[in-house]
Ligand binder design. Structure first.
Ligand code: ATP
Ligand code: MG
Length: 245
């Protein structure tokens, strides 16, 4: 099996709080892995450790068989992250935001221009490229955030709840973007609170609760195992919590 990422016994404590309790999982090349869990389950902490923004206390992460601790740059060059909280520069145009993030990966000149144009087109914001993000709706800001994360064409893209609190048009645009990126060969880890989304795009699921992985498998596997045709009910049975906040 071709795994792009392997996570082994990953652990993170915030003082007394055990945010992530030694989780292990593999991400197959080419899949869209859905990361589910109630508020505080440890999804963002896990994702941020993979993205090297948060240090971990124990465990290891391998990107294509290279320990990230021994070569952080190898992962970083190949990784795109859409954080849970929108992170764009409000005083730069949409175009300059994407250009800035893409240039961090060493792109220059024609190639840089081409990548920025492609990313903005991909999320449907090319026509609004000259505008400041402060003039954007929530959904458009999220799409810009995605453009910033994909312009350098990462092999692995991590999206932390990219569709929270946005309009239907932007949500559909984002879901189509995710599917299209995946078709073009990007492996995606996708966090969401919305079961319909997860069911429609994810090839594999991981359910987290209180810092641990409580179940994993394809939607079909989980439905068969629990004899239920509704993921929401399976989630409730496993965690005792409703999925949405
Ligand atoms: N910087 C931090 N300092 C202290 N505790 C933290 C910090 N970040 C997260 N935590 C705690 O770690 C636990 C896991 O939080 P995390 O943000 O990873 O959950 P989540 O699954 O992403 O939740 P949500 O669905 O609300 O985004 C929570 O108990 C949270 O309060
Ligand atoms: Mg989170």
């Amino acid at each position: 099996m071709d795994y792009i990422l392997k996570v082994k016994q990953l652990e993170k404590n915030y003082g007394e709080r055990k945010a992530v309790k030694g989780i292990s999982f593999n991400v197959k090349s080419g899949e869209i892995l859905g990361f589910l869990g109630p508020n505080g389950a440890g999804k963002s902490t896990s994702i941020n450790m993979i993205a090297t923004v948060v240090d971990y206390d124990k465990g290891s992460i391998f990107f294509r068989d290279t320990d990230v601790k021994s070569d952080e740059n190898y992962l970083k060059q190949n990784l795109g992250v859409v954080p849970q909280d929108i992170a764009v520069f409000t005083d730069l145009s949409a175009y300059d935001n994407v250009k800035f993030f893409c240039s961090l990966y060493g792109f220059k000149g024609k190639e840089l221009k081409q990548n920025v144009e492609e990313a903005l087109n991909f999320v449907g914001l090319w026509d609004r490229r000259k505008d400041l993000p402060s003039k954007f709706s929530g959904g458009m800001k999220r799409r810009l955030n995605i453009a910033c994360a994909i312009a350098h064409k990462p092999k692995l893209l991590i999206m932390d709840e990219p569709t929270v609190g946005i309009d239907t048009q932007s949500r559909n645009n984002i879901l189509e973007t995710v599917k299209e990126l995946n078709k073009n060969g990007t492996t995606i880890i996708y966090t969401s609170h919305y079961m319909e989304e997860v069911e429609s795009i994810c090839t594999n699921l991981i359910i987290m609760d209180e810092g641990s992985i409580v179940e994993e498998g394809t939607t079909e596997e989980l439905k068969n195992k629990y004899s239920k045709d509704n993921l929401e009910e399976i989630f409730l049975q496993l965690t005792g919590k409703a999925l949405r906040d």
